[in-house]
Ligand binder design. Structure first.
Ligand SMILES: Cc1cc2nc3c(=O)[nH]c(=O)nc-3n(C[C@H](O)[C@H](O)[C@H](O)COP(=O)(O)OP(=O)(O)OC[C@H]3O[C@@H](n4cnc5c(N)ncnc54)[C@H](O)[C@@H]3O)c2cc1C
Ligand SMILES: *[C@@H]1O[C@H](CO)[C@@H](O)[C@H](O)[C@H]1NC(C)=O
Ligand SMILES: *[C@@H]1O[C@H](CO)[C@@H](O)[C@H](O)[C@H]1NC(C)=O
Ligand SMILES: CC(=O)N[C@H]1CO[C@H](CO)[C@@H](O)[C@@H]1O
Ligand SMILES: CC(=O)N[C@H]1CO[C@H](CO)[C@@H](O)[C@@H]1O
Length: 626
């Protein structure tokens, strides 16, 4: 409570544009120690010849983890939380395995809003309810926000977000609130928030309506949060864990849990490799259940009477053409006429829009309802001077948000975004809730709990707060220029012919942001293996990426590629559909698929794309990336 009062006092003391930066008191003990081990790991991860182990090697390692020679930790679920936990555990020197039923990020972790945020709304609650718990939640998330950005600089960046104000009261209210958000961030501040007049605002955001709903714009307050590429960060975490020595296997499902002879403790799991159909057992001293919103099903496998911990709600996002929003500025309306949050953010050359969620039931492949899409369109149209049309929707998808409910709590009002770690059966630690922004600290808590449960003796402390994910170490925003120069030159082939290089600036920039310092490996494949063509008109994705991802990122199906290794399915469903035949052709060569497997892939991916509700009539050619 005391800290909060100090912050409030400081906001009041702040003058226009002035920055009072409070010292951030929340540095954990794990910031210290383990220095030389961290260096060793860094060298291993970022060695120029580092390659991830093959699926066969990984499966053998999991099979070899028998009763007398078990893993320390087996993680179930390859979302943000699970891959984060595997990376955390393996860098502490533990013997780690991870299995993911489908693909890394195939669950909620590829369907987020892609914001790294402290939660302005929770800060509001903290202030009005004088709630120290909420305040600490925001403080912690703001710390983690900065860490994610520092550790995956190629996939994350600071994004300015504009809040429109329709009265002077709103201007003062949001200005003070967002100054407070800056203050709580303290040293982890991205950039200072500031007020813009009505005239400045429409210059920065030309599509912002000056009038609407009988109100007139007074001005805006712009503040900063982080933005990221969720599925690529997730895949990056998985590959980093694999390089560090974890046995990380996607397309492998836990079908049952193994208990010891007395039935007292869970000691392993039966796993089904969905690519080969094989089943095998793997043993571990502790199992970490990080299966997201499906967690309850897993908990019930161990204990039929387990109480439900998840209160699921769904969130729908739609993708609109780039001209809906300016390139470097988001729009966030904290309170629409019916009290919801609505946002519109630039993302990968398009615009992503959505609102806060509604409750739902859990399905594997959630689909957005037409009325949810219409609701978002209606909500944003109140704030824009663009004619908002259903026909402009390039893609729309739904994700399930696992809100954690403490099973011991009496009423459902105590639902919070914070996470829960519990061991409700000996040997099985469940982690759930939280958000993408805090995946690292959630993983740390889960591994701490696993160490306690299994009486493990890790050689090192947690070191993920200073560990870059693969491709991030030494990356610089200007890295793409090297790529553009090196691969753009004319090049003479062995036959003596001179051909132009494969790279233009858009492709170079894209590769650099997607693969970080490893982009050069992709460019080399494009150049040397004649895979330099674009996969879809209007998008920077290259054929070479399919081969690279198959070899280095466990890309095992066409869906893995269009939805998680690249974001084509999310950005424009029709473009993804058109790219499919070529994607499958290249994957078939990499993985030696026969004709029937290729047909099956096309069929599966087509069905998958039907769960993305784009407008069939979308007329859209802007050639931004061409
Ligand atoms: C609409 C929406 C928007 C969001 N926006 C943001 C945001 O902007 N910023 C933010 O910080 N957070 C956001 N979040 C929250 C964030 O996305 C989630 O907290 C996070 O992705 C959860 O990750 P997870 O690893 O726990 O779950 P998941 O990503 O769902 O991963 C669980 C994995 O376990 C696998 N699995 C399940 N059962 C088994 C089994 N038996 N065997 C093997 N594998 C199994 C699943 O296939 C799945 O891949 C948002 C959430 C939603 C729904
Ligand atoms: C367990 O695995 C170890 C090494 O992987 C092996 O030496 C041992 O024989 C195995 N034990 C059993 C019971 O299979
Ligand atoms: C993988 O799982 C899918 C869906 O559950 C199933 O249709 C397919 O047959 C499985 N493949 C193999 C090789 O087991
Ligand atoms: C693979 C595995 O063992 N997953 C377990 C997760 O937790 C539930 C019980 O809570 C088990 O039933 C699952 O088997
Ligand atoms: C917001 C963000 O960082 N997006 C990046 C996601 O990854 C693509 C490449 O796949 C980059 O081009 C984007 O900049």
């Amino acid at each position: 409570m005391r800290k909060l009062t100090v912050a409030v006092g400081a906001v009041i003391a702040t003058t226009y544009g002035g920055a009072v930066i409070l010292h951030n008191p929340s540095i954990s003990a794990s910031d210290y120690g383990g220095g030389s081990h961290l260096e060793t790991i860094r060298k291993k991860l970022h060695a120029p010849d580092a390659v991830v182990p093959s699926r066969e090697t990984i499966q053998s390692a999991l099979v070899a983890a028998n009763k007398s020679n078990p893993l320390d930790v087996l993680v179930i679920g390859g979302g943000a939380t699970g891959t984060g936990a595997a990376l955390d555990a393996v860098t502490r020197g533990l013997k780690v395995g991870l299995v993911e039923r489908e693909d890394f990020a195939s669950g909620t972790s590829s369907r987020s809003t892609k914001l790294l945020h402290g939660g302005v709304r929770y800060l509001e609650k903290a202030v009005f309810n004088l709630d120290y718990g909420q305040y600490k939640l925001v403080l912690h998330a703001l710390d983690e926000r900065k860490r994610v950005i520092d550790n995956a600089p190629h996939l994350c960046h600071a994004l300015p977000c504009m809040t429109p104000c329709f009265s002077w009261f709103e201007v003062v209210y949001y200005w003070a609130g967002l100054k407070m958000y800056d203050l709580v961030a303290g040293r982890q501040l991205l950039h200072l928030s500031r007020y813009y007049s009505r005239k400045e605002s429409v210059e920065l955001f030309p599509t912002l309506a000056r009038e609407g709903n009988g109100r007139s714009l007074s001005g805006t307050v712009v503040y900063y949060d982080g933005q990221m590429n969720d599925s690529r960060l997730n895949v990056g975490l998985a590959c980093t864990a694999a390089l560090a020595g974890a046995a990380v296997l996607n397309h492998a499902e836990v079908v049952s849990l193994l208990k010891d002879d007395a039935g007292q403790r869970i000691i392993g799991a039966r796993i089904r490799n969905n690519l080969t159909g094989e089943e095998f057992d793997t043993y571990a001293k502790v199992i970490v259940n990080a299966s997201g919103p499906f967690c309850d099903a897993l908990r019930k496998m161990a204990d039929k009477n387990a109480q439900e911990m998840i209160a699921p709600s769904s969130g729908v996002h739609i993708i609109l053409p780039d001209y809906y929003s300016p390139e470097g500025m988001g729009l966030i309306v904290p309170k629409t006429k019916d009290g919801r949050v609505v946002f519109m953010l630039p993302w990968m050359g398009r615009t992503i829009a959505g609102t806060t969620d509604s409750s739902t039931s859990i399905t594997y492949l959630p689909e957005p309802h037409e009325d949810e899409i219409q609701f978002i369109l209606d909500a944003i149209s109140d704030y824009l001077n663009v004619k908002v049309r259903r026909a402009d929707v390039l893609s729309a998808w739904s994700g399930i948000r696992p809100l954690a409910v403490d099973p011991t709590a009496k009423n459902t009002e105590s639902i919070s975004r914070d996470h829960i770690v519990c061991e409700d059966y000996p040997g099985l630690v469940t982690i759930t809730g939280g958000k993408w922004t805090t995946y690292r600290s959630m993983a740390e808590d889960a591994v701490d709990a696993a160490i306690k449960s299994g009486k493990l003796t890790p050689a090192y402390g947690c070191m993920t707060n200073k560990l870059c994910i693969v491709g991030g170490e030494g990356w610089d925003p200007s890295s793409f220029t090297v790529l553009a120069q090196q691969y753009k030159r004319m090049k003479s082939t062995h036959s003596g012919k001179v051909v132009p290089g494969v790279m233009d600036s858009a492709a170079a920039r894209h590769l650099s942001h997607a693969y970080g310092t490893l982009a050069e490996r992709v460019a080399a494949i494009a150049q040397n293996e004649n895979l330099g063509k674009r996969l879809a008109h209007g998008y920077p994705y290259l054929e070479a990426e399919v081969a690279y991802c198959a070899r280095n990122e466990y890309c095992e199906s066409a869906i893995d590629f269009i939805a998680r290794r690249t974001r084509l399915a999310f950005l424009e469903t029709d473009a993804a559909r058109r790219a499919l035949p070529r994607v499958i052709e290249i994957l078939a060569k990499e993985h030696k698929w026969d004709d029937s497997r290729q047909k099956e892939e096309l069929q599966k991916a087509t069905i998958f794309l039907k769960t993305f509700k784009s407008s069939k009539n979308a007329q859209f050619h802007d050639g931004k990336h061409t």
